[in-house]
Design a binder for this molecule. Sequence first.
Ligand SMILES: O=P(O)(O)OC[C@H]1O[C@](O)(CO)[C@@H](O)[C@@H]1O
Length: 237
Amino acid sequence: MDVRIVSSEEEGGKIALEMFKDQLAKNPASVFGLATGSSPEGFYREAVASDIDFTKATSINLDEYVGLDENNDQSYRYFMKDRLFDKKPFKKNYLPNGMADDLEAEVKNYDEIIRENPIDLQILGIGRNGHIGFNEPGTPTDITTHVVDLTPSTIEANARFFANEDEVPRQAISMGLGSIQKSKKIILFAYGEEKAKAIQGCIEGPVTTHVPASILQNLSDVTVIADNAATSLLKNK
Ligand SMILES: O=P(O)(O)OC[C@H]1O[C@](O)(CO)[C@@H](O)[C@@H]1O
């Protein structure tokens, strides 16, 4: 893994922007795996302020809450439109439909979309418990898209975005670890000391389902963009 320690989210966003531009220079019709949460926001700000052109590209998001529609400002569809898609249009944007009546059919549909659009470059955040997407600790490493019961730790962590903890949805649809591992290139962002334990486990710990992000150690092209606080527990810097 290539670990890039940065002094700000702006600096991290600029590094990622260059990697996106390199990918688009190779293929304007690239497929990008996108993430929500606070971690990729610096990158989205840099992308919006830049001349990057996604009009021939496709995006596939990692996850969506069950039960929130696109008008709900906490849905991930709303987030993506607000932070990126309304300002930088793509040829096509895919997110799981958390309002689907038949969630199992939606899971199959999303797997088909991922199969038809292999991801060239995937961005990830990391949960305090080491989750990526909404693949919580204990998730099998070969799982594809699935409906997740969120852990109490994730509900508590994400409550900061809602009026109170009771408002946080209890389920989400998430791309699986099996699909994430097929991405040709991955960038993982981590900022702040609350991510330090997860980053230490991800980079230096054993590869274990207890820390889902540790599977990234098995992949050949992973860049971790993190600040000093998030890398403070690393033994080898
Ligand atoms: O970037 P944040 O807000 O700390 O969240 C980290 C991770 O948690 C999720 O938001 C899910 O809880 C992921 O999508 C994200 O990668």
